[in-house]
Design a protein around this ligand. Structure first.
Ligand SMILES: [Zn+2]
Length: 416
């Protein structure tokens, strides 16, 4: 009896697979979704059986499901993706250098929910990689994810810290959010999906800096207290800077918005000026935001004005670099004479130093440049208020002020 049922399924699966192979459209896959979900249920039902025959049937179901959902997500986002099923790798992954998704052989035998979650997760890594590539020209800027600069930095700075802190990474948070959003339509799998996500990453972290930064929130208006993700984001930013320094950065690229042609980080003022130029360049245009991490609660893609979109990109640029965040604080304090707001901006900066004890050590030279510039601009008092009670940094700023007083004292002296 069961075999009869399997034979009927097999026939249908073969037909669908052959249509996928010959390049069906997205509507066709949507049309067959009901059938695919039934196969998913059967695949789950057959779990736990040790009979060889059932295992064989399950592996055919698995092959169908993986191929079907890979085709489904690729068509949905209009992307060609290379992948391998039953890879020998221990875990599924997207390999950048090969531009290819490997689904681990270990995925077979896990639940249906696990399979689709993993496929969507790895597919999101392919999207991130494509956005990084697209960001080589500013012409494409309105079609990439506004958080691409964050993916770029993580790609660049990965290595030891990636392996040790895999789940803290924004690209991982982002891929999980994407997979969760894509899984929303499968209402009967929700509980299991949540469980998978919980195992994958501590979902409590979703309220943390990583999500905040993906969504493009304004760091100066939010309270956050994150001892895990934020330090890693900042450490990566530092490693990325170190690698980019003294390399040739094409100026008409996303990276060129942050670094000059010699790989030297641009100042906040310069970045903001260039943002205005970019807004002018794309004046009147609109951008499409796909469903995904940036708006993981949305169900359809939507369009936004170039202004909103470019603002999101610059938000991510500033958020991911503590030096730009500090410079922005000075900028906002100078614009806002209201003491209440000044205090708020200063508190946020102090919060960053509290969260990342390594910040001063990592960025010592850059901090020196920023604080010297601000003292010379007449912001000595503000600078002192920001660094009050932070060891090393307080000494540094006091020294800068002393030297500045001596120098300005000398120069007026020599004129008399
Ligand atoms: Zn991943």
């Amino acid at each position: 009896m069961e075999d009869q049922e399997f034979i009927v399924d097999l026939k249908k699966m073969k037909k669908i697979l052959s249509n996928i192979d010959s390049g069906c459209d997205f509507e066709y896959l949507e049309d067959k979704m009901g059938f695919a979900l039934k196969i998913g249920n059967k695949y789950d039902e057959k779990r736990g059986s040790f009979s060889q025959e059932t295992r064989n049937q399950r592996s055919i179901y698995y092959y169908f499901l993986a191929t079907f959902f890979m085709a489904y997500i690729s068509k949905k986002y209009d992307k060609k993706v290379e992948y391998e099923l039953f890879s020998d790798r221990d875990t599924s992954c997207f390999v950048h250098s090969e531009d290819k998704i490997y689904l681990s052989k270990n995925l077979f035998d896990l639940s249906f929910a696990n399979i689709i979650f993993t496929i969507f997760h790895e597919f999101r890594h392919k999207m991130q990689a494509d956005d990084i590539k697209s960001s080589e020209s500013l012409d494409n800027i309105l079609s990439i994810d506004p958080a691409t600069i964050l993916f770029y930095k993580e790609r660049f700075a990965r290595g030891d810290i990636y392996d040790n802190n895999h789940n803290c990474f924004i690209i991982e948070n982002d891929a999980n959010l994407f997979a969760l959003a894509e899984c929303k339509r499968f209402s009967n799998l929700q509980n299991e999906i949540k469980e998978i996500a919980n195992g994958y990453i501590d979902m409590g972290e979703l309220n943390n800096y990583a999500l905040f930064i993906i969504e493009g929130g304004d760091i100066t208006t939010e309270e956050f207290n994150d001892e895990r993700n934020l330090p890693i984001v900042y450490e990566q930013n530092y490693l990325c800077k170190k690698k980019i320094f003294m390399t040739n950065v094409p100026q008409d690229s996303l990276l060129g918005l942050v670094y000059d042609s010699m790989g030297y980080p641009k100042s906040y003022e310069k970045i903001i000026k260039e943002k205005e130029e970019l807004l002018e360049r794309f004046r009147g245009q609109v951008a499409t935001i796909n469903i995904g991490p940036v708006n993981h609660y949305q169900t359809n893609s939507y369009t936004v004005s170039n202004i909103e979109f470019i603002n999101k990109i610059f938000r991510a640029i500033v958020n991911s670099d503590p030096m730009l965040t500090i410079e922005e604080c000075f900028h906002l304090c100078n614009m806002d004479s209201d003491k209440f707001y000044s205090k708020m901006h200063i508190d946020k900066i102090r919060n960053i130093f509290d969260n990342c004890p390594k910040l001063v050590e990592l960025y010592f030279n850059e901090l020196k440049i920023i604080f010297t510039r601000e003292v010379e601009k007449g912001n000595a008092e503000l600078a002192l208020e920001i660094v009050k009670g932070i060891p090393d940094l307080e000494d540094m700023v006091e020294n800068i002020i002393k030297i500045h007083k001596m120098e300005s004292g000398n120069s007026t002296g020599s004129f008399k």
